[in-house]
Design a protein around this ligand. Structure first.
Ligand code: PLP
Length: 349
């Protein structure tokens, strides 16, 4: 063990990114770590990963593996837009609040057109409003709508909602992009297949998150309309997102998808969020800020209560949506959740 204070290693719930690598992904990296293979994606694991995505999604999509979600989102949006286009998103969207302007940067200026939202959900009405707000040459031309599944505050879009969004997009000639950093959690929550929650609902391009769901690094960009994927490989390379030792991004995906770990991990994380939410429900002076449908719970409490919880060593974010965020991962230990619940109950008295 390297010299790290063991207090630093204790399980926390500030982010699902605090967790390490799940056994399946770790083993896959180990299995891929033999011999020499061709670099830059011309290796057997990358082919296997692409085919595993096609099988899971039940369609011949184009697949690209990138390092992180900011790249998956911003490069996908850049490839769908010209610099004079607009991207409709909601006010809580990661592309708007947490990507340091990467979508605008990589698209050379496509403007995010931001809708007010409840729980980070874009609605057909807001798409209609933003798509028709202006039609003159002085305003960016709306080209894409992007939605996050599950949302930044842990809600899921139902199939009905997705179909309505897709219809609104079609009515206005917009493409539909989905930020699926936590797509697996949505599949687990709704009990629906990846196909049912993506292209069958009219999603054109999906960023499928691996990192938050137990991988070391990696998100997949899936183009369901293969024409839209033309030259995306060049875009990845130019943006520094083409892994030279691609097999170590690809091999974990193969095992995650084929073993079902992608869904098991998300199911576990979601269940832990439900467990925590149930535990919180009995505590006075603390309430749940938004419906718990994925792997996150937002708590509303006075600053004093939250300070006391924090002083007991618990980490959490308060900069997202104004409430305290507790996020659960593939490795969440319910004994740690119980310890957190006990401390919250004592601090809230
Ligand atoms: C974490 C996250 C991303 C990706 O973030 P990176 O840190 O760039 O990997 C994208 N969208 C959402 C909704 C996220 O929560």
């Amino acid at each position: 063990m390297m010299d790290v204070d063991s207090a630093e290693l204790v399980q926390q719930f500030a982010s699902d990114n605090y967790a390490g690598i799940c056994p399946e992904a770790w083993q896959a990296m180990e299995s891929a770590n033999h011999g020499h293979v061709t670099s830059y994606g011309d290796d057997p694991w990358t082919t296997l990963a692409s085919n595993a995505f096609r099988k899971l999604f039940e369609t011949e999509c184009e697949v690209f593996l990138v390092f992180n979600g900011t790249a998956a989102n911003s490069l996908a949006l850049a490839s769908l837009c010209q610099s004079y286009h607009g991207v409709i998103c909601c006010d809580q969207a990661h592309v708007e609040t947490d990507e340091c302007g990467a979508p605008e940067f990589f698209s050379n200026g496509s403007k995010l057109l931001v809708a007010q939202s409840v729980h980070g959900k874009l609605t057909p009405a807001s798409i209609h409003e933003l798509a028709t707000k202006r039609s003159d040459i002085h305003y960016p031309k709306p080209r894409v709508a992007t939605i996050t599944q599950s949302t930044e505050t842990g809600q899921v879009y139902t199939v009905k909602e997705l179909q309505a969004i897709s219809a609104a997009c079609k009515a206005h000639g917009l493409l539909l992009h989905m930020d699926g950093a936590r797509f697996a959690n949505a599949c687990a929550s709704l009990g629906l297949t990846p196909a049912e929650l993506s292209w069958k609902c009219g999603v054109d391009v999906l960023g499928f998150g691996g990192t938050k769901n137990g991988m070391a690094v990696g998100e997949a960009v899936l183009f369901f309309d293969r024409v839209l994927a033309v030259d995306f490989d060049y875009r990845c390379k130019q943006a520094g997102q083409l892994a030279s030792k691609m097999r170590f991004l690809a091999a974990p995906w193969v095992v995650m998808l084929e073993s079902g770990a992608w869904l098991r991990n998300a199911t576990h994380a979601n269940k832990c969020a439900q467990y925590f939410a149930k535990g919180v429900a009995g505590i006075p002076n603390v309430s749940i800020a938004s419906p718990v449908e994925a792997n996150v719970v937002f708590l509303t409490a006075t600053g004093d209560i939250l300070d006391r919880v924090n002083k007991r060593g618990w980490k959490f974010y308060t900069f997202i949506g104004g409430a305290a965020r507790f996020m659960f991962a593939w490795d969440t230990d319910l004994a740690r959740v119980d310890a957190l619940l006990r401390d919250i109950a004592e601090c809230a008295r």
